[in-house]
Design a protein around this ligand. Structure first.
Ligand SMILES: NC(=O)c1ccc[n+]([C@@H]2O[C@H](COP(=O)([O-])OP(=O)(O)OC[C@H]3O[C@@H](n4cnc5c(N)ncnc54)[C@H](OP(=O)(O)O)[C@@H]3O)[C@@H](O)[C@H]2O)c1
Length: 284
């Protein structure tokens, strides 16, 4: 039985993946903030496995293979607690899917004093991938699927001020997170050449809740466009399922089922080192 860990597994594409892996018999660890959403997901996981001769139905309760870790991944303390709990409870992790998402158009400081999107969309991912490296290594064919849309400028990171206390914009913050997640892949696969690390974005819109503070205009546009042209999450995640079922060691990037070019920078190695120093400096 594989162990599949999914951040943002209570909703949208993360929940679609959780339902799939529970249905095919894997152990699924869902990380999110909302226990009620998880309980609803778990309730649907108890599917009839066998129809007995007398008409009785036995349940392979997928519910028993579903675990929930409540955490706010825009918090460093929570992110570290999740790593510790997963390390305590799981000797190996076959797939780590990073799909937690809360879109903010504006800069927002957490109670810990950090820029919320920078932590949620990058720093917590860094802590999970590096903190669980040996648990991933212990699996036969480990894979990290990071839902960070691939491809961005190599100079997108402000190493001195990653929380963007000056000149924050949604576009700049988004580009910075995407570049940092590519560097995280370089770091993780350099340390474990057997690891598959995929940065993945859907092709087109997916009909999800678009969790976040995005303003009524964007919310409305996403709802209308999603209803007309958006894919159902169960359909959108099929390429992720294929990637997890047959992981290829090394880095890759995908939009939907289509490989995307890996964007390299002239100074990737130096940038990885600066990123690690920055985490030490800001999040020790
Ligand atoms: N939908 C699209 O069209 C689209 C397009 C491009 C990229 N993407 C990317 O694909 C990924 C999945 O997106 P989605 O649309 O499926 O997401 P979604 O439906 O909005 O769900 C977001 C998930 O993240 C969790 N979450 C939010 N804030 C959190 C926090 N602070 N700590 C822990 N968990 C948190 C939510 O769970 P709780 O409520 O339980 O916390 C929920 O399970 C994201 O990385 C997104 O940026 C999506």
């Amino acid at each position: 039985m594989r162990t599949i860990v999914i951040t943002g597994g209570t909703d949208g594409m993360g929940a679609a993946l959780a339902r799939h892996y529970l249905a095919v018999g894997d152990r699924v660890v869902v990380i999110g903030r909302d226990q009620a959403k998880f309980e609803a997901l778990r309730a649907t996981a108890a599917s009839p496995a066998n129809q007995g001769a007398t008409g009785s139905t036995t349940f392979d309760s997928g519910a028993a293979r579903a675990e929930f870790v409540a955490a706010d991944l825009s918090s460093i303390a929570d992110s570290r607690r999740v790593v510790e709990q997963l390390r305590r409870e799981h000797e190996s992790i076959d797939a780590l899917v990073l799909a937690a998402s809360f879109i903010r158009r504006h800069r927002h400081l957490t109670a810990e004093g950090h820029e919320a999107s920078w932590v949620l969309f990058f720093v917590s991912k860094y802590l999970l991938v590096t903190g669980l490296a040996d648990r991933l290594r212990a699996a036969g064919r480990p894979i990290v699927v990071n839902t960070a849309v691939p491809g961005t400028r190599a100079d997108a990171i402000d190493f001195d001020d990653p929380g963007m206390s000056r000149g924050f914009s949604f576009a700049r913050a988004n580009a910075q997170q995407r570049r940092a997640n590519e560097l995280l892949g370089l770091l993780a696969t350099a340390e474990d050449p057997r690891l598959a690390y995929v940065t993945w974005g859907p092709k087109g819109l997916v009909r999800t809740g678009f969790t976040g503070e995005v303003g009524p205009g964007m919310k409305m546009a996403a709802a209308v466009l999603g209803a007309i042209a958006g894919k159902h999450p169960d359909v959108a995640v099929r390429p992720i399922i294929d990637l997890i079922d047959a992981p290829t060691p090394g880095r890759a990037a995908y939009r939907g089922a289509k490989p995307a070019p890996l964007v390299g920078g002239e100074h990737d190695r130096e940038d990885i080192a600066r990123l690690a120093e920055m985490i030490d400096r800001d999040f020790r």
